[in-house]
Design a protein. Structure first.
Length: 76
C-alpha cells in the first residue's frame, strides 16, 4: 500500500503537523496566573532543602528496612 492509494492518510498527517506547529508556541508561553499585576503581592519562592532532606531520610529508612536480614527475629 502506497500513500498514493490512500491520500487521506497524507492529508491527515499534514493537518496534524500543521496543528501541532500552530499550537506549540501558544503552549510554550509562560502562564503568569490570574493575579499577576501591579500592587499584588506574591509569595516568595523558597529553597526546598527541608523537603529533600526528609524525603532522603524516608527513602534511606525504607531501603534499610528492605535489605534487613529477615532471619533476625526474636521468636525463639
Amino acid at each position: 500500500m502506497s500513500l498514493r492509494r490512500m491520500p487521506w492518510i497524507s492529508a491527515l498527517t499534514l493537518t496534524f503537523a500543521l496543528l501541532v506547529a500552530c499550537v506549540e508556541p501558544a503552549l510554550a508561553q509562560e502562564d503568569l496566573g490570574p493575579y499577576y499585576g501591579k500592587g499584588i503581592q506574591t509569595v516568595q519562592e523558597s529553597k526546598p532543602w527541608l523537603q529533600w532532606l526528609v524525603g532522603t531520610l524516608l527513602i534511606a529508612a525504607c531501603v534499610l528496612a528492605a535489605i534487613k536480614n529477615p532471619h533476625r527475629t526474636h521468636l525463639d
